[in-house]
Design a protein around this ligand. Structure first.
Ligand code: ACO
Length: 430
């Protein structure tokens, strides 16, 4: 017999089914709660306990620091796979064989160009506009260039084309945003290059001369993208699913995900970490002083890149990124004092009762910015790079939600505002 739980509410006892996941995770199914309890709802601000979906894409266990895409440990994927192979895995649920992979990469290669009018959009942005805002708008604008993508009930092949277009155009759009912000001419995609090398060439090259992309740097970048590729139901992914559940086009749903990622409590933390480290450096490098600020409840300052809603032991991505960070800096012969400050903060935090009790550890964003800085990316582009990596995960989650024909995402609330009252004309109001 399947497991159930009991809830006594409003004087009646309800039996609630328990859903068991493939990793033995348990969820209480409350889908019939309102109907069977006479209108009771659950309240879980910030969704700290609430599962919004079942999903077969990513498994993570925050207590044990486990992260797997479709069953494959993140450590093995980072070591052996490539970003595009991981993208295929997330979107299709299986690693590709050689034929499938070559079809996938060649169809992406065929769609790397973007409409020339995209340049006109970029020209219209004020000089100091943040690249995340531009990226969100550009992705949403793709729906205007591909109006067939507005139909949520197209065949699988058509949907795949929309997906491929987005994966293919993203590196072009990201690098063009940067080029325009610098006043530089854009570099067109070079389809003889692999995904990451082509991106680095468009980002750092010029039409007059390409760049010799160092394979160590390309490989570090590829690993970073894999590490960011999916992370189950986080803020931006939940946003993509909710927006997509209204049957808005894929491009609109992903654009909303980019906006959700922007904030410093989420993907924007990678930019915030570097800004924090620079502030600490400019302030004389006294790490302890800033740790004390982070612990002071009257001070809004938080140690950026520390803490995670789910990881309460360590973030496996942070361990891999720290290793990659050391390798990149050594290869480039860079001594970055910000890395020393970061290591010092981590050392203090790991011994400090405040951080130990609250299970606050470095997250994915703590060291990634130092690698991006070493490669030469400007700080404002860091969260955009996160979005480039997260794209296949967002797409996979959107596709799963659509394929399962999930209902529109529409949470309940508990109303705590005024009770009914009568309208008074403005002249009689005090
Ligand atoms: N510095 C200092 N104190 C912190 C930090 C931090 N970085 N993070 C959490 N805390 C404290 C809180 O003040 C709270 O203390 P209290 O119990 O005494 O009130 C306790 O730890 C729990 O924090 P919450 O905010 O309730 O935890 P939540 O799970 O809601 O938030 C979050 C997680 C948003 C990541 C938070 O840890 C944070 O703001 N970190 C800094 C920003 C950051 O690095 N974000 C990137 C996350 S990874 C990603 O999204 C890609």
């Amino acid at each position: 017999m399947s497991e159930t739980g009991k809830l006594i509410v409003g004087g009646q006892e309800l039996e609630l089914p328990i859903i068991t996941g493939s990793e033995n995770e348990k969820g209480i199914d409350i889908s019939k709660l309102r109907a069977n309890s006479g209108g009771y709802t659950t309240l879980d601000i910030g969704f700290k306990n609430t599962g919004s979906t079942t999903s077969g894409i990513t498994f993570l266990n925050g207590e044990q620091g486990i992260l797997r895409y479709a069953g494959y440990p993140i450590e093995q994927l980072v070591e052996n796979s490539s970003f595009l192979e991981v993208a295929y895995l997330l979107i299709n649920g299986e690693l590709p064989n050689q034929g499938q992979f070559s079809d996938f990469t060649s169809s992406i290669t065929q769609h790397t160009l973007v409409h020339e009018d995209i340049k006109r959009f970029l020209d219209a942005y004020p000089e100091r506009s943040h690249p995340m805002g531009q990226l969100s708008s550009l992705i949403c604008s793709l729906a205007a260039f591909y109006p067939e993508s507005l139909d949520p009930h197209r065949g699988a092949e058509e949907v795949d084309k929309t997906i491929v277009r987005l994966l293919a155009k993203m590196p072009t759009m990201v690098s063009w945003i940067y080029k325009r912000s610098m006043g530089h001419p854009v570099v067109y995609p070079n389809n003889s290059m692999d995904y990451v090398t082509n991106f680095l060439n468009m980002f750092f090259g010029l039409p007059t001369q390409g760049v010799d992309v160092d394979p160590v740097i390309a490989s570090a970048m590829d690993k970073l993208l894999i590490l960011h590729a999916d992370h189950e139901q986080n803020c931006s992914t939940a946003t993509v699913r909710v927006v997509g559940s209204s049957h808005a086009p894929l491009y609109a749903a992903i654009s909303a995900g980019v906006s959700a990622l922007w904030g410093p409590r989420h993907g924007g933390a990678n930019q915030a970490v570097i800004e924090m480290l620079k502030n600490i450096q400019a302030d004389g490098g006294d790490s302890q002083k800033w740790m004390d600020k982070a612990k002071d409840k009257n001070d809004p300052f938080r140690l950026m890149g520390f803490g995670h809603r789910v990881y309460k032991n360590f973030d496996p991505r942070a361990l891999l990124i720290k290793k990659s960070c050391d390798e990149v800096l050594e290869k480039l012969g860079i001594h970055d004092p910000l890395l020393e400050i970061a290591k010092k903060l981590e050392e203090i935090a790991l011994k400090d009762d405040y951080f130990i009790q609250r299970k606050l550890y470095p997250n994915v964003d703590f060291y990634s910015g130092i690698i991006y800085k070493a490669i030469g990316f400007p700080t404002e582009m860091y969260t955009v790079l996160f979005a480039l990596g997260r794209l296949p995960g967002w797409i996979a989650q959107w596709k799963e939600m659509m394929t399962e024909r999930q209902p529109i995402g529409r949470p309940r609330q508990v109303y705590v505002g005024p009770n009914e009252r009568q309208y008074t004309p403005i002249k009689t109001r005090v």
